[in-house]
Design a protein around this ligand. Structure first.
Ligand SMILES: NC(=O)c1ccc[n+]([C@@H]2O[C@H](COP(=O)([O-])OP(=O)(O)OC[C@H]3O[C@@H](n4cnc5c(N)ncnc54)[C@H](O)[C@@H]3O)[C@@H](O)[C@H]2O)c1
Length: 418
């Protein structure tokens, strides 16, 4: 074995991890079957934005501690093999493990006693034991003695990887004590505290971290829709709930989505003891784009031929990550109403129009992502100036600071003149 650790799946989770291992002096092989990704990395180019990662990539390439391959079997040249492959959910309320299964099949013939496999992807409860069983069944390994299998879930937020890899507790669920010790030793190159547990508890801890957030955001989203029904202001109600109340803490509404939050609840729903409860949570978050479109139609009449500016395509503030963003769903729904949609996002790779062009003479301006740029006072000023007083401002995040989900630009101008 001529490397210390391999990372298979150089996506938003795997690539920063591989680079961070290499930066701590480990010899790292990064594996991905996307030739464009491998070519970009060989050229020293990060394929997506992650704070500090571009400089890190150049540093580890220069140091010679990070090499790449597009062949999964090459990963077996390292002692530890970390899987950071995507784990979407089927529409059948079931984890889609095809990438994991396919890589395991590539690795089976080349695994040797002494190898450690770390599942870093988010997985349904029971998956780590399945992987251990798969290796025993097909190669006869005694997991925990010959080879080692753990789940070490990723809970780092996009944009904060290089900081949080050293601070967030690193949860490790090992199949047998020796598996856990092996992965703990691998991750001890970082400063984060290590917490050992069982595989299924590590799996549950990760998915319930996300379920908690998904549910916490569904409550203000449901309240926002209820407020529309009662003619109430959701931001004022949330302030009443939270202000000086020691047991408050209601979050703010918004377009709640992204690859993780949108699908991880399904891994729990697979075998839920309260079937449908989390599906209900999902339905609330998924209803917000339709709620916004219907709210616009109620105020403006038919949206056919009306210019609607959508500000933001990313699912998350200040990132370039568009995967599973509800902004796309919002745009699809608006297009189904025959609206003329103009989109602006200062962060994403997809081409969009400039802010000024998007809001110019718009009948409605919708803030779909709460990017910091939209919270600068100049942004609201530009909307009211360029779009005119009849423009409907739709801002479930209150990013522009209007304090209403639906408000006419003329009302906003009056407010700021007071
Ligand atoms: N993105 C996040 O913020 C985040 C946070 C926590 C956990 N997770 C979990 O981490 C896992 C990975 O997520 P991600 O966002 O990095 O996914 P991603 O889609 O960005 O990355 C997966 C990578 O795997 C590669 N790949 C697919 N099949 C392959 C194969 N057979 N061989 C080699 N490479 C292959 C793809 O080309 C891609 O680059 C998922 O389980 C996800 O739920 C993601």
């Amino acid at each position: 074995m001529d490397a210390d650790v391999s990372v298979i799946g150089l996506g938003r989770v795997g690539l920063p991890l591989a680079l961070s291992f290499a930066d701590r002096g480990l010899r790292v092989i990064g594996v991905d079957n996307d030739p464009e990704r491998i070519a970009a990395l060989a050229d020293g180019r990060m394929p997506f934005k992650e704070t500090g990662a571009q400089e890190l990539l150049q540093r580890v390439l220069a140091a010679g501690t990070f090499t790449t391959s597009h062949v999964a079997a090459d990963a077996a040249r390292a002692r530890d093999i970390v899987l950071t492959l995507g784990t979407p959910s089927f529409s059948h309320i079931e984890i889609d493990m095809r990438d994991i299964r396919s890589v395991l099949d590539d690795l089976l013939p080349v695994l040797e006693p002494g190898h450690g496999i770390v599942l870093r992807s988010t997985i349904a409860p029971g998956t780590t034991e399945f992987v251990a069983g798969y290796l025993s069944k097909h190669r006869g390994f005694a997991v925990g003695e010959d080879v080692f299998v753990t789940h070490a879930p990723e809970r780092i937020a996009a944009g904060r990887f290089l900081e949080e890899i050293d601070t967030l507790p690193c949860i490790i669920g090992g199949v047998g004590e020796r598996s856990a010790e092996r992965t703990a030793s691998l991750f001890s190159v970082f400063d984060a505290p290590i917490v050992q547990t069982t595989p299924v508890q590590a799996e549950l801890a990760k998915i319930w971290t996300n379920i908690l957030r998904y549910t916490q955001f569904a409550l203000p989203n449901l309240l926002m829709m209820d407020c529309e029904q009662y003619g109430a202001n959701v931001f004022e109600v949330i302030d009443l709930v939270n202000r000086d109340y020691p047991r408050g803490g209601m979050a703010a509404p918004g377009l709640t989505a992204g690859t993780c939050l949108r699908k991880d609840f399904a891994f729990s729903e697979e075998k839920s003891n309260a079937p449908g409860m989390l599906l209900g949570v999902s339905r609330v978050n998924e209803s917000v784009p339709l709620f916004l479109v219907q709210g616009m139609a109620r105020r403006l009449g038919s949206l056919n031929g009306r210019k609607i500016a959508v500000l933001g395509l990313a699912f998350k503030r200040d990132t370039d990550d568009e995967r599973d963003s509800l902004a796309h769903k919002l745009i699809r729904l608006l297009e189904r109403e025959l609206a003329d949609v103009a989109v602006h996002d200062p962060h994403v790779a997809s081409p969009t129009t400039s802010f000024e062009e998007a809001v110019e003479a718009a009948d409605a301006v919708v803030v779909a992502t709460n990017h910091s740029e939209f919270s600068r006072p100049e942004a609201l000023l530009a909307v009211t100036d360029r779009a005119g007083g009849d423009c409907l401002i739709v801002d479930p995040w209150n990013a522009l600071g209007v304090g209403q989900v639906f408000a006419y630009a003329s009302e906003v101008a009056l407010l700021s003149a007071r």
